[in-house]
Design a protein around this ligand. Structure first.
Ligand SMILES: [Mg+2]
Length: 184
């Protein structure tokens, strides 16, 4: 099970403030309208390197959906990424963010790190008790400044501590063996 790194756009890759000269302003087209975007072109290479070194897959988790591949990816050097469909849910039952149900339905027990600016304890709670959700780490990003080196380091640290696929398979075999022992 390849771990995933879930990416939000607004407040994460597109913050509200330009905190260094590295950030560049663009005008994209979102839902047919011009939309101001502030991007740090270093983010694409940083995310790709992290994904490669940690054996993870980058995935969009944003209401931009496929438009993130058109308007964000090419400007920061990312390839087209898989997109979590958000529009199907757009509702929230217990105070969790409206995207959280879509994420829970998508992950199918694959471990994931999620960079977002709108998540809180209700999302942690919702995901922890959802049967289709395995290990995960929510990383809260300040929407004024967007994704920083600290967030990337937190994600790397968490991903590096996941059991590797080999270890996970070994653990499954041991658990199956223990179950057989118990019933024999
Ligand atoms: Mg956001």
């Amino acid at each position: 099970m390849t771990p995933m790194v879930l990416l939000d756009v607004d407040g994460v890759l597109n913050p509200s403030r330009r905190s260094s000269l590295a950030w560049r302003r663009y005008t994209g087209i979102v839902d047919g309208e011009p939309y101001k975007i502030l991007l740090d072109p270093r983010h694409g290479p940083q995310l790709l390197t992290m994904a490669r070194e940690c054996g993870a897959e980058l995935v969009w988790a944003t209401t931009w959906e496929e438009q993130a591949n058109d308007e964000i990816s090419p400007r920061i050097g990312l390839p087209r990424l898989p997109v979590i469909p958000i529009g199907d849910y757009l509702s929230s039952s217990g105070g969790e963010h409206f995207k959280t149900g879509s994420v829970a339905a998508y992950v199918r027990r694959r471990p994931f790190v999620w960079f977002d600016d709108m998540l809180d304890a209700a999302d942690q709670e919702y995901l922890s008790s959802h049967p289709g959700v395995g290990d995960f780490l929510l990383i809260h990003v300040d929407p004024r400044f967007g994704l920083t080196d600290t967030h990337l380091a937190q994600a790397r640290e968490w991903l590096s501590r996941l059991p590797s696929a080999d270890q996970a398979q070994r653990a499954d075999r041991v658990a199956a063996h223990d179950r057989e022992d118990r019933w024999s």
